[in-house]
Write a protein that binds this ligand. Sequence first.
Ligand code: S3P
Length: 456
Amino acid sequence: MNATKARWRRAPSGRADARRTGPLTGVVTAPGDKSISHRALILGALARGETRITGLLEADDVLRTAAAMRALGVGVERDRSSSGAIWRVEGAAWAAPTRPLYFGNSGTGVRLIMGAAAGAHVATSFEGDVSLRSRPMGRVLEPLRMMGVEATDRDGRLPVDLEACEDLKAINVKLATPSAQVKSAILLAALGADGVTRVHEPELCRDHTERMLAAFGASLSMTPDGEGGRFIEVAGGQPLNACDVAVPGDPSSAAFPIAAALITEGSDVTVKGVLINPLRIGFYETLKEMGADISFENERDENGEPVADIRARHSLLHGVEVPASRAPSMIDEYPILAIVAAHAHGETMMRGLGELRVKESDRIACVEAGLAAIGGDAASGPDWLRVRGKGSGPKGGLKGGALIKTHHDHRIAMSFLVAGLASEKPVEIDDASMIATSFPEFFGLMMSLGGDMGAV
Ligand code: S3P
């Protein structure tokens, strides 16, 4: 690692690259979970009293949610303690902001707060960056309109204006896509509706909103639908009470150092304090099926969520079939899984990926093009991706030596930098700035394990 690169503790903006070095070794702590961080700020802002949050992910997406809460009239302060930052949220009746709320790249922030603002009966306008403006918002606006909210959008996309709706009606709705953001937006709106809202979730997706609503004193009922899904019911008019939230480490961020260890010879990496909620660990289950030497150690319960230290060592992997039913539990991990699959022996087939087309970028297209550029072998269809692996070690791996287009997508950026750590020649990405939306310490953390990456 050279001196210029060592300066990049936070994600640089502009081009960056990663190159092959020795093994990755060490013990690191995962940054706070992004999903739980957004929800802690939003529920704290709706609750009576002061919510104290430790371990909050201080990344751009979450900081925009904090700024949105302030713009809605909520007190949000950051204090320091000997063990790290404490975020204090003083819940309040929300007031209509004077300007549109700007969410940058954050789909979770914008969608959850649309629901919460509807439930809080405030008129609010929503804006985002070029990537967020291309993403579908109709999936949230449709149920909100069913509840009585008047909304204006541009072809189902941002910018969106919501009118205040004083007599919000409870609804009975079946999710058309397995989306935790949509489910959460409906549940948050339901808090301000007249009557009991019932959401049918045919495929289970992350349940942090449900768990946290219960921790804030709301009563919800969850009933299996008999076919693998469930019904969630929540009555409107329930007050939330402030509580303390300790945010566990993000399994979606931990996926990058874990994947890097698996594909880089001689590596042995532990990521401490990672959330292992069963609805979030499809990536790790898949790695085990591929033959990865990976273990959950020191499993414990922290604030109602299961947590473990995850250890991974370089492994000889084989390709697998990843069933469509697993997609909701690893939806953000497919780009890095594709990089791991490119270092396995044989073919990995990933199905049920339709939602990847409407993430921060079209992730299927980005991964396919990126892998082709660095000597990988990938093919895709509307909702599937197939990767033929090259193996790892001195005779395997990818060629590298190309510039990857990241299309404003943090996970594409990090995935291809990880690929660079195991490729013959360096892998360069066109823009590293989006990494700060979810994992600002990515470069520092990877370098502390011995990875060679930085700005070019
Ligand atoms: C999230 C849900 C997922 C995920 C996103 C975070 C959440 O999106 O991709 O990064 O916090 O609810 P969908 O709800 O669109 O599946």
